[in-house]
Design a protein around this ligand. Structure first.
Ligand code: AMP
Length: 232
């Protein structure tokens, strides 16, 4: 989280909500009369959306492109890079729809667009489930435009993001050990994650995340229900 301030807003989402955004993107594609031959889902954030959009559009050609840009929640590591090249024949001569979860700087989807175009694709269009105003790239199809910048916690990386966020607030807060209630209070204070919002989106999952953090040696249980960070 090196590039972000200590405090930033997070929005926790669930499968139903995100599935609805996949439907919206697909409806826009149909309305535009663009008929892609293949969907290129950017790994890892665009995978779920790419698969669902294939289903909505009736496509069986789905391929992936791995971008590297962010390592963990909100850690920017410079320009987006292609991690693995696409297999020969994936997009050459085809009409391609590139899908990602969110455009923030817009760098990843823009780079993917450039890469696919260079691979002699025919028509290339882009779509994201969500678009932040910070993006310098405007995808052709957008599920939802977010007025206010937030870190969106997607259901497919709920545990990964919550581990980052919880470790972060435990590091920043005063105190050695924290009860789950104190952790909830810190998530609200630093990231505007209110208990009720989290429970509606992802019910009964805080304890699961804490137990998983313990399994990964990120935290220790000190007493019955008090947790502390494992340093180092
Ligand atoms: P970008 O800055 O548009 O190149 O974003 C690259 C990738 O980082 C996105 O596809 C997401 O997987 C992740 N990402 C960036 N910003 C956010 C955010 N505000 N919320 C959730 N994920 C994000």
């Amino acid at each position: 989280m090196s590039d972000l301030p200590d405090e930033f807003k997070c929005t926790i989402t669930n499968w139903e909500y995100i599935y609805g955004l996949c439907r919206t993107v697909s409806t826009e594609v149909k309305r535009s009369e663009f008929e892609p031959d293949v969907v290129v889902a950017l790994a890892r954030g665009g995978w779920f959306a790419g698969r669902c959009i294939c289903d909505f559009l009736g496509l069986d050609d789905l391929t992936s492109l791995k971008m590297e840009h962010y390592v963990g929640t909100a850690e920017k590591t410079g320009e987006p890079q292609i991690r693995y090249p696409m297999p020969e024949g994936s997009v050459e001569g085809k009409d391609v729809l590139i899908i990602d979860d969110i455009a923030d700087t817009g760098g990843s989807i823009e780079r993917a667009h450039e890469y696919v175009t260079d691979r002699d694709a025919d028509q290339v269009r882009t779509g994201t489930l969500q678009l932040l105003q910070t993006s310098e790239f405007e995808p052709d199809f957008v599920g939802e435009r977010l007025e206010e910048w937030a870190w969106v916690v997607y259901p497919w990386n709920f545990i990964e993001d919550m581990i980052d966020l919880i470790s972060g607030v435990m590091r920043k807060a005063e105190g050695e050990t924290f009860t789950p209630e104190e952790i909830r209070r810190l998530l609200a204070e630093f990231h505007e994650i209110e208990r009720i919002q989290m429970e509606i989106a992802q019910p009964n999952r805080l304890n699961e995340v804490l137990v998983e953090m313990e399994r990964r040696d990120a935290i220790d249980r000190d007493g019955a229900n008090e947790w502390q960070l494992v340093e180092g």
